[in-house]
Ligand binder design. Sequence first.
Ligand code: MG
Length: 236
Amino acid sequence: MQGVPFDRPVRFVYFDLDDTLLDHHYAEHRALEALHADPDQPFGGHGFEAVHVAYRAINPLIWKAYAAGDLDKIGAKVGRFRRLLEELSLPTGVDAQLADRYLDHYSRFWRPVPGALDAFHAIAERWPVGILTNGFVEIQQAKLRQYPDLSERSAAVVISEEVGVLKPHPDLFAEAARRAGTAPEHILYVGDSMHSDVEGGLGAGWQVAWFSASEHDHPDVRSFSDWNQLVSQIPG
Ligand SMILES: [Mg+2]
């Protein structure tokens, strides 16, 4: 681990879901591959890599617009495929169909991040735990149904869409702290995103463990790549 050590006792541990406990990027990659391999796919002569690169560029912009309230849920879910088709100079009429098919494929490829679920259970033996995730409620709930231990062990499951704002919005962290019944300074948040999780958590007065493949010697946050190390570092 690198960065600043945890300096306050921890009374509750919240986990991010996507790319922290479950491997969203893998599922996204495989779902786009499957979409591209469909016999009647609409991508014409564009190879998978071109589609993948374009999608990975568009998706964060769509989420940013959704978080800002500039897009509604359907606008985000379908709009990302409309933008993708536009970006590839293709007809956009099949955007809604693509969005549905993408989610069907996506749900077939969820898998845990290596080491994360064992660490989640080890931490849940010692502290009350919860899940705090951005995302569409029906999709995040489907993930939790596929990995029922996560919600069964959790004292609180907070999905941004149910609250009406997305991480890093302070209202979402405040609502999560309220549901945990724990003062912000005694909550630890474990997440992978600098913007949503690290900035959001620190802004809310929480301690943060930043899960990152390359550990960072950051002045404000503890960074880790090895789940076993995290478990032994949390102050009780
Ligand atoms: Mg994440």
